[in-house]
Design a protein around this ligand. Structure first.
Ligand SMILES: COc1nc(N)nc2c1ncn2[C@H]1C[C@H](O)[C@@H](COP(=O)(O)OP(=O)(O)OP(=O)(O)O)O1
Length: 168
């Protein structure tokens, strides 16, 4: 049986640009990604998303301004963990992105997103996000550099997606 661990992943948008962070340490080191991490036991998912964004690039968002746009699941061959990643996006934020011990932030135009230096799955689902779609994705990796299988489904509503999962 897989042990589920809950994570957040936040993307800040500005006109035709998206803010990514270059991970300087830990899981996903040397890759560009959104900002996020584990949800702590004493906080809501939205609070965790806002906290991680602040910790990793010094931007402030109100949890209520974060829009849930996707649910991603990652499993790794031979590993007992399922990473349950709640993806959020917003263009409402305060501050200027600043480098921290964990992340070096940089704005990218949509056509310049550096997929060659990102997780392999990103190339598969970023088009959904950049087109403003909501979606579910599951990616099963072998190691960190090979996807054995995956599925992506466009969703009408995240609320309906979670209600539907609860009843199953
Ligand atoms: C495997 O594919 C992944 N693709 C993408 N795009 N993002 C991923 C993938 N796997 C994990 N992530 C995201 C989910 C989180 O936002 C981070 C990982 O969080 P981290 O391990 O850094 O969590 P922290 O709480 O910050 O960790 P520390 O204990 O180091 O503070 O990557």
């Amino acid at each position: 049986m897989l042990v589920k661990k809950l994570f957040t992943l936040v993307f800040i948008r500005k006109e035709d640009q998206i803010l990514l962070g270059f991970k300087k340490r830990g899981f996903g080191m040397n890759k560009w990604n959104g900002f996020g991490g584990k949800v702590e036991p004493n906080e809501t998912i939205l609070e965790a998303a806002a906290r991680e964004l602040k910790e990793e690039c010094c931007l402030t968002v109100k949890p209520g301004d974060l829009k849930n746009i996707a649910h991603l699941e990652f499993t790794f061959e031979g590993e007992p963990t399922l990473m349950d990643v709640r993806v959020f996006s917003t263009s409402i934020f305060e501050g200027t992105p600043k480098e921290t011990e964990e992340m070096r932030p940089k704005w990218f135009r949509h056509e310049d997103v550096p997929f060659e230096d990102m997780w392999l799955d990103d190339k598969l689902w970023f088009p959904y996000m950049l087109q403003g779609k909501k979606f579910f994705g599951h990616f099963h990796y072998e190691g960190f550099d090979k996807i054995l299988n995956y599925k992506i489904e466009e969703l009408d509503s995240m609320k309906a997606f979670y209600e539907n999962r609860k009843t199953k």
